[in-house]
Each structure stands twice: as C-alpha cells, then as structure tokens.
Design a protein around this ligand. Structure first.
Ligand code: HEM
Length: 376
C-alpha cells in the first residue's frame, strides 16, 4: 500500500490552521504533489482530483457517504436530501427530480423573468451585491411565486455568504420564523394547488425541509456564479450575445466552481489504486483543482467559453458534482443564470474596478466588490 504525499504540516495542528485560513493555497500545494494527497484535518483526509478518483467517490455511494461530511457542520445544509445516504438516497432523489427537470422548470421562466426585471440594474453597480438581490428575487419567484417575505428570506440566507464561523452558528429564532412561514405557504399550496416549486414539494413527505435545504444550497452558489459571470461578460464583451451565454456560464463554473470542494466520509475500509482508505476518513474531491488541471485543460487559467463548444473529458468537469448525487438544482441554476445574464446582451457593460479573487467560505465566492457600469 502507498503512503500519500502531503503538504508540510504544522508540527502540532497538522493542516488545520492552513485549511481554516487559506484552503485554496493548501489545496494547490497538495495538488503539486500528485493527483491524490493526504491532509491531517484532525481526521485523516484524502484529497483527489483525477478523473478516476472523481468517478469513484461520486459513484461508489456505499463506501463514500455524506453523513459526517462537511455539510453536517453547516446547519442550513445539514438535512434533507443532502444528508440522506444510500440506500435511501436514490428513492428520495427519484421523488424530487421531477420538479427540477428542464421541462418542469420551463413553467417558471416567465415569473423568474418578471422578478428579475424588478432588480434590473443600470449605471454603476456592484455585480456581487446585485447578484445577491437578483438571485433572492428569482428564487422567491421560482419557489414561492414571490410570496415569501423578502426580508425574512434575506435574513435567513445572508449568513451563508459570510466567512466562517458565521455559517456554522445555528439561528434558532430565524429558523423558527422561516419554518413557520414555509409551513403556512405549504399548507396553502396543499389546499389550493399551485405551480411553483413549493407546490411541487409541499405534498411530499418532509417536503418543507427539502424546500428549506435546497434554497440554502441554491442561494450563495448561484449568487457567486452570477457575480463572476457578469464580471467576465464586462471584461470580455465578445461573449455578450444570447447564443454564447450557456458557454459563458459553463466556463465561469469551470474557473470558479462555487462547490469547490466536495466531502464524504469513508463508511467502510477500502482501497483506491494501492492506497488504503481507512474507515471514518474524510474523502474530498475538488472541482476547483480538477477544473484547473493542466493535464486536462489547455490554458487552464484563461477564460475561454469556446472550449465548451466541443466534447469535454469525462469526470473532469464537475461544477454540479456527478452521479446519483448530481446537484438537484443544476437546470434551475442554468435557467436563473442565463435569464439574469441576458439582461446585459443589449447595451454597454463595462468593468470598472473590483477584486474577483476567489474567497472560500461555505462555497467559493469572489472577494468583491465587482463594480461594473451598464448603459442601455
Ligand atoms: C451555480 C449554482 C450551483 C452550484 C455550483 C451547485 C453545486 C452543487 C454541487 C457541487 C453539488 C454536489 C455536492 C456533493 O458532492 O455532495 C450540489 C448538490 C446539491 N445542490 Fe447544487 N449547486 C448550485 C445550485 C443549486 C440550486 C439552484 C439548487 C436548488 C434546488 C441546488 C440544490 C442542491 C441540492 C439539494 C444538492 C444535494 C443533492 C444530493 O445530495 O442528492 N443547487 N450542488
């Protein structure tokens, strides 16, 4: 059995201090040692970014489980489908998937568009702050036909975009208010029907919990992606056409995958390419490292949406994870992002100043602000 290479640890605290302060630098240091490396995060962690590791972690759901993964530490994400494991996960996803197919979501497009227009920016503005507001409004439209009180939704979701440890604090008062509001709206949907996402989720067992958990999974990921994509549209005007938006979103998600690090626990002792995987160890896959791997991507640091007009290598592009646990909201995210970016297709969008450096939190976001100017 091989011993894994690892970045130089702190003599007493292992890799925890660097993981807490500069996780991207630590990941890059590890990646330079090989496609699979070890970290000491209190628990033993195995980090990989090659296609065979990605495939194994994302498809062997008996060995690699979500219970005990990092999601467990964030109360917003610790529940529902996110922490459901094999063998229950598959059936649960089968119940949820029909509400999130491209066809089902098409019914939401008009109301998303209307909500978005109310946030339509002009002049000089911070794309990150605008993205936050626009995504909140679009999600409110898609889930609740905009009936959820905006300020409560904002208060509930905002801590997710704050640096650690803020997202880890339970907020019992806000959580209670959100649950109460959700229960009321869900009861209304069960009685009177409806055609928003809550109307789909409300009749399902634990449907209100799935609404709450998926909203938390949706908000900061989509906000960060929208902010970066807007910034890149401003920096690279030749991509500012309706036809190119899909490619722009894909390339933005390659360079800046909001879910930069996926985590699992090893549920039973196993082996991967000669490396022993101890029961209880953390197993991490990294869309961030995978998407910038020069063995797979020519000019990996460059912004080039064109690369998505052809085929892409298997298990090397994972902004939404992969396999049975692929992001439930992948098509919803694309719909929201493409609708929002289409606001900028006509007119003049210009990057003014800002800091797009990736800043890791629960998800990867731009340090910001990202000030742009839009004139129609
Ligand atoms: C650009 C936006 C988004 C990105 C980058 C993103 C990324 C991801 C990733 C990487 C995973 C897999 C995590 C893992 O390996 O455990 C995931 C799972 C998930 N996402 Fe998203 N997501 C986005 C938007 C959304 C939206 C809009 C929703 C709303 C429904 C959503 C709901 C979920 C849920 C419920 C899961 C858990 C699925 C499961 O475990 O079966 N996400 N997402």
């Amino acid at each position: 059995m091989h011993t894994l290479p690892q970045p130089t640890p702190h003599p007493r605290a292992g890799h925890l201090p660097k993981w807490g302060g500069e996780p991207i630098a630590l990941l890059q240091e590890g990646a330079a040692l090989g496609k699979l490396f070890g970290l000491n995060l209190g628990l033993q962690a195995i980090v990989g970014y090659g296609p065979s590791w990605n495939k194994r972690v994302l498809t062997d759901l008996e060995t690699f489980v979500s219970a005990g993964s990092f999601s467990r530490l964030v109360p917003y994400l610790a529940g529902g489908i996110i922490l459901t494991d094999a063998p229950t996960h598959k059936d649960r996803r089968a119940l949820l998937n029909p509400g999130f197919t491209p066809k089902a979501l098409e019914a939401l497009r008009e109301r998303v568009r209307a909500a978005l227009h109310a946030t339509r920016p002009s002049g000089e503005f911070d794309a990150l702050a605008w993205a936050d507001e626009a995504v909140l409004a679009m999600l409110n439209a898609a889930y609740f036909t905009s009936e959820f009180p905006r300020d409560l939704l904002h208060a509930f979701l905002a801590p997710l975009r704050s640096p650690f440890p803020t997202p880890m604090w339970p907020r019992p008062v806000a959580a209670r208010r959100v649950k109460r509001e959700l229960a009321e709206l869900a009861a209304k949907r069960r009685l009177l029907g409806g055609d928003d996402l809550l109307a789909f989720l409300a009749p399902l067992q634990r449907g209100e919990e799935e609404a709450r958990i998926s909203l938390a999974a949706a908000h900061d990921t989509t906000t960060h992606t929208l902010a970066w994509a807007t910034w890149h549209l401003a920096c690279f005007p030749r991509w500012r056409t309706r036809e190119a938006l899909k490619l722009v979103v894909k390339e933005t998600l390659r360079l800046y995958p909001a879910g930069f690090m996926g985590s699992r626990r090893v549920a039973k002792a196993s082996e991967f390419e000669g490396v022993h995987l101890k029961k209880g160890a953390l197993a991490l896959y990294s869309p961030f490292l995978t998407h910038r791997d020069p063995d797979v991507w020519p000019n990996p640091q460059g912004f080039d949406p064109e690369r998505f007009s052809g085929a892409i290598p298997a298990w090397s592009y994972l902004p939404f994870g992969g396999g049975e646990r692929t992001c439930l909201g992948m098509h919803l995210a694309h719909l929201l992002l493409e609708e929002a970016l289409s606001l900028f297709v006509h007119g003049d969008l210009e990057a003014r100043w800002g800091d797009p450096t990736p800043r890791p939190g629960v998800t990867l976001g731009p340090a910001g602000p990202l000030v742009v100017r839009f004139r129609t």
